[in-house]
Design a protein around this ligand. Sequence first.
Ligand SMILES: Nc1ncnc2c1ncn2[C@@H]1O[C@H](COP(=O)(O)OP(=O)(O)OP(=O)(O)O)[C@@H](O)[C@H]1O
Length: 342
Amino acid sequence: MIATTNTAPKAKVGEVLLEVEDLSVAYLTQAGPVPACDQVSFTLRRGEILGVAGESGSGKSTLITAMLRLQRPPAVTTGGRIVYHPDGADPVDLVRISERGLRRYRWNDLAIVMQSAMHCLNPVLRLSAQFVDVLATHNPSLSKADALARTGELLRMVGIAEDRLSNYAHELSGGMRQRALIALALACNPQLIVMDEPTTAVDVVMQRQILAQVIKLQAEFGFAVIFVTHDLSLLMELADRIAIMYAGRLVELGAAADLYTAPLHPYTKGLRDSFPPLHGDLTELRGIPGTPPNLLAPPSGCAFHPRCPRRFDACDQTEPPLIEHEGREVACLLYGTEGTPR
Ligand SMILES: Nc1ncnc2c1ncn2[C@@H]1O[C@H](COP(=O)(O)OP(=O)(O)OP(=O)(O)O)[C@@H](O)[C@H]1O
């Protein structure tokens, strides 16, 4: 009998897992640094599902790749800390830990499912070989037969029949590849799975199905999830809390239902009104006029002010800090330090 899957002990659900503090990441381009992630801070608890939403180019992928230190040049982490609290051990700062030290946690504790499933699976290896490789690396004493049995179990968990074990990546549909990657991410019983929205090869219905499966597994095993998407209505269904990014900054963070039903930031409201609600009557969709800024030359003050229906005089001069307001965090001058809307 091989060890079955188990992850974060349920009793620990709610404890702090990760603290991201003032994380800044820039792409050092010939035209100058692009501050794609600018002093982002949030705390993630064990077993929590955090959604990260924002338009294309708002810095979501930059944030999550930097969190696991998987960014590639020209991206550079220019400041901040990512404090990971391993189960039963002292916290570590993932920004400063050695590459070797980091390897201990990456995949074992902190797994990521990237946007492009096709490119993450090895095209010349059968699925079975890829899983056995990963399992053997993390548990050298596992026999091949046990590794294969465990692979079958992992694939079943994400709804892939075992007869796919001998398939190559190109023989799988986009949705299956995505599921296979999720199974691979689950292989080492992680504490956290970070998922970037699949942008190609998976339609919206398939995306919902895959996510529903992840949430089911999450409920069973208790790992935390960070899920990145454009689609706020999807997060409203799945996430405990939602973080909204605009031009590399966190502009609102709060409980999913609060943020969706009563958004504070005008950008959050615009984003919400750009997607059809999952339930209820169809309403007219209103996009957000204008386009996200060029981060090489961002607008002065609040980066959203040129597109904001509620801007006032100070908005093009003062960059709003992220403050606490009505139980959530928001970066908008409409909400003063006294906590009252102006
Ligand atoms: N290799 C790069 N060189 C320079 N700038 C980059 C590079 N990659 C991304 N950027 C810039 O960084 C910013 C954030 O990009 P990022 O991909 O993180 O956004 P995103 O919210 O994940 O977008 P999407 O939803 O389209 O994936 C954008 O302005 C983008 O143009």
